[in-house]
Ligand binder design. Structure first.
Ligand SMILES: Cc1cc2nc3c(=O)[nH]c(=O)nc-3n(C[C@H](O)[C@H](O)[C@H](O)COP(=O)(O)OP(=O)(O)OC[C@H]3O[C@@H](n4cnc5c(N)ncnc54)[C@H](O)[C@@H]3O)c2cc1C
Length: 263
């Protein structure tokens, strides 16, 4: 089973700064780490490999510093990691990012492609399904359990708001996973030592047969109109007590009325 896990580098802080000139994130001022949801995708890839054999490769499209983030996956035990980095990709939106990631997957070859359910910064949850669309393979989102998998077919549970969907799909397949799927392992000492020495190969757009007319800011169909950090607001808390539910409700009602919210 050849498994490709797509991971994204995200800021490791909630204190995000926005460049007032361009409206984009000041990524250089924040530390970076692996998108937390992608850790679950890496773990699931490793578990499937342990069961079925094969190879797990993690990939990311991002700036050169994303290599350090890929090494987290190497330390967890994946076989290989690849970075796609090219000036032509700067400013790519989710459509263009998905195209580039799909090109990487094509070059590597795959039976299964795993994603986190969404990135904690961009938060669109579009990249997994869009990559699948570019590759013309089925995609199952919000996977919380892999029930069965063979060379040709997979049965999974999807987490829904009001229960679970059981879905069967043919391979090759793309899955986006939720954190309920597993408990990611810690980096091992052996893994950390391998990661220290591991040279992450960097591919250019040409290396993945990418079309420059499909990527970059100019060719991205969406534009960020404005980005800003919301102001933090801290309100006051007030405890209201009473002998029973009716008295508590009365007190809450009168307090809200006193505050002028009820006429
Ligand atoms: C107009 C526009 C301009 C932008 N300009 C820039 C820019 O200049 N620089 C910049 O860094 N970002 C830029 N972005 C953001 C960038 O397009 C998104 O961060 C990226 O497409 C991923 O989308 P997302 O964060 O919503 O991921 P989601 O779709 O929420 O991610 C879902 C899953 O897809 C996988 N995934 C996501 N991104 C990647 C990736 N890069 N490589 C591998 N797997 C991945 C992960 O498994 C992740 O859990 C721009 C976006 C727009 C709309």
């Amino acid at each position: 089973m050849d498994i490709v896990v797509c991971v994204k580098q995200v800021p490791d802080t909630t204190d995000i700064k926005v460049d007032p000139e361009t409206g984009t994130l000041k990524r250089e001022t924040a530390g970076t780490t692996m998108n937390p949801f992608d850790m679950y995708a890496v773990e699931e890839g490793l578990r499937l490999k342990e069961k079925l054999g094969g190879k797990v490769t993690v990939v990311t499209m991002g700036p050169p510093m994303a290599k350090e983030m890929l090494k987290i996956a190497i330390a967890m035990g994946v076989d290989e990691a690849v970075l796609l980095s090219d000036r032509a990709l700067a400013g790519s939106d989710t459509w263009a990012t998905s195209y580039a990631v799909a090109q990487m997957c094509k070059k590597l070859g795959y039976n299964m492609i795993l994603f986190g359910k969404q990135a904690i910064d961009g938060d669109t949850a579009q990249v997994g399904p869009s990559v699948a669309e570019y590759l013309d393979i089925p995609c199952v989102t919000w996977v919380k359990k892999v029930r069965e998998v063979s060379e040709t077919e997979i049965t999974v549970e999807r987490m829904m708001e009001d229960g679970v969907d059981v879905v069967k799909a043919t391979l090759p397949v793309a899955l986006t996973v939720v954190k309920e799927i597993n408990e990611p392992r810690l980096e091992s000492l052996k893994g950390k030592m391998r990661a220290k020495k591991y040279e992450v190969p960097t591919w250019s757009l040409a290396d993945v047969n990418g079309d420059p007319a499909m990527v970059g800011l100019k060719n991205s169909p969406t534009r960020v109109a404005k980005s800003w950090s919301p102001e933090r607001k801290f309100g006051k808390a007030e405890m209201i007590d009473g002998a029973d539910a009716a008295e508590k409700a009365d007190k809450v009602f009168n307090r809200v009325k006193d505050l002028g919210f009820i006429k």
